[in-house]
Design a protein around this ligand. Structure first.
Ligand SMILES: *[C@@H]1O[C@H](CO)[C@@H](O)[C@H](O)[C@H]1NC(C)=O
Ligand SMILES: *[C@@H]1O[C@H](CO)[C@@H](O)[C@H](O)[C@H]1NC(C)=O
Length: 386
């Protein structure tokens, strides 16, 4: 008993001391102006340097108002692995595009949370350049999490990125929750969240409306959990494109559940280049998926080859196996609602369909299989073509 009291008392004082030693930094104290014009990059970087070097749990405040940030690289490693960035206002990017490929970047950080706020990539003039077919720079991803660990992005709104809204690369333990991502349906390559070479990534309770994939998973995406996400407009939730570069890392243990697609180009998609590779996709679960007027609700396409160059016989080296689709229901905007167009070299194996009901114009839709093997259980509408 006495030991417990001592422990409790100790815990009490430790928790008091940890709150009293929270280091707080406000970008206003470093010269930021909420006028939407004065570049707040330096104040933000100074606040970051102070928090990063503090060796204590630290918080950075970005108050209400509009802050112009030309570009910011928030670099670790830090002395503190508990840094909270609390955003009440909006960070706005330059309105004219440049050669920058990343706007806001975390590199080599651990234990960082970004709470609330809005980031506006102001991609309109960049999209206009692309749409006009002019030669344009590569474009900027709004928020990049690069080679980092244990990062939380919660309650952030991201608008109108030039390129991707968020990219998670070479990282692990990344949680994205309650975010709202918005760009027009016709804005080119404005993917919501792109994940690559990363593990233990969770995306939950988020709303994504874009001109490209809502979530895309590139090579080396493992242990990814996506739940309660609404997607549309956009191109759906995709694994791929894979196999565009030689010797890619595999994609494994992906769960996508309780998601809703509204008028998207695809629902749940796996897309690989039709050319040699040693990569793979396995252990993927799609469940409790609602389709509302989706062009390709369930689709595997192993024939991707824009321009038709270097794709001998359109045969993909990526092996797809153990992919299950459970409780996928709703409406397709085209007659073929289930399409497995797999590789002649590497047929898809162990596909599983359970409780599928997809209609086209209120009648059962169709399914299409090429080089696909799998099994079914429960009700299957349209009938499977395995
Ligand atoms: C699969 O990923 C989830 C997280 O998305 C994780 O909890 C689970 O342990 C992983 N399973 C395996 C076999 O690694
Ligand atoms: C492509 O297909 C042709 C015949 O269909 C075959 O003779 C040839 O070996 C194939 N090439 C490759 C690279 O698979």
């Amino acid at each position: 008993m006495a030991a417990i009291i001592v422990l409790l008392t100790l815990f009490f004082f430790l928790s008091i001391s940890s709150t009293t030693t929270l280091a707080s930094f406000n970008i206003m104290d470093y010269g930021a102006k909420a006028d939407g014009q004065t570049d707040a990059a330096k104040p933000l970087l100074s606040a970051w340097a102070a928090a990063c070097g503090s060796g204590k749990p630290a918080s950075i405040s970005i108050p209400a108002g509009s802050f112009f940030v030309s570009k910011a690289l928030l670099e670790g490693p830090c002395k503190s692995n508990n840094i909270r960035i609390i955003i009440r206002g909006t960070l706005i990017a330059p309105s004219s595009y440049s050669a920058t490929t990343q706007w806001l970047t975390f590199n080599h950080v651990q234990g960082v949370s970004v709470l609330g706020g809005t980031i506006d990539g102001r991609g309109q003039s960049y999209w206009a350049c692309k749409t006009a077919g002019r030669s344009c720079p590569p474009g900027a991803t709004s928020l990049v999490i690069h080679e980092s660990k244990d990062v939380l992005i919660s309650g952030l709104r991201s608008l109108n990125s030039e390129l991707f809204h968020m990219s998670i690369y070479g990282s692990s333990g990344i949680t994205v929750q309650g975010v709202k991502i918005t760009a027009p349906e016709n804005s080119p390559n404005t993917d919501g969240i792109h994940i690559q070479k990363s593990s233990d990534v969770t995306v939950t309770t988020s709303m994504i409306k874009t001109g490209d994939d809502c979530v895309s998973m590139g090579e080396g995406s493992t242990n990814v959990w996506i739940e309660q996400v609404s997607c549309g407009p956009g191109h759906g939730i995709s694994i791929g494109s894979l196999g565009g570069t030689p010797d890619e890392e595999g994609v494994q243990n992906i769960t996508v559940k309780s998601v809703v697609f509204t008028k998207t180009q695809n629902g749940v998609r796996i897309k690989t280049w039709g050319k040699p590779n040693s990569g793979f996709v396995k252990d993927v679960t799609f469940e409790h998926v609602t389709m509302q007027n989706v062009h390709n609700p369930i689709i595997v396409n192993q024939n991707y080859c824009p321009g038709n160059v270097n794709c001998p016989n359109q045969s993909s080296g990526i092996k797809i196996s153990q992919v299950s689709y459970t409780d996928v229901q709703g409406s397709s905007a085209t007659p073929v609602a289930v399409k497995f167009d797999c590789s002649p070299n590497n047929p898809c194996s162990d596909l599983g369909l359970q409780d599928i009901k997809l209609t086209y114009l209120n009648k059962p839709a169709e399914s299409y299989c090429k080089n696909a093997q799998g099994s079914t259980s429960g009700f299957i509408i349209p009938p499977s073509c395995f």
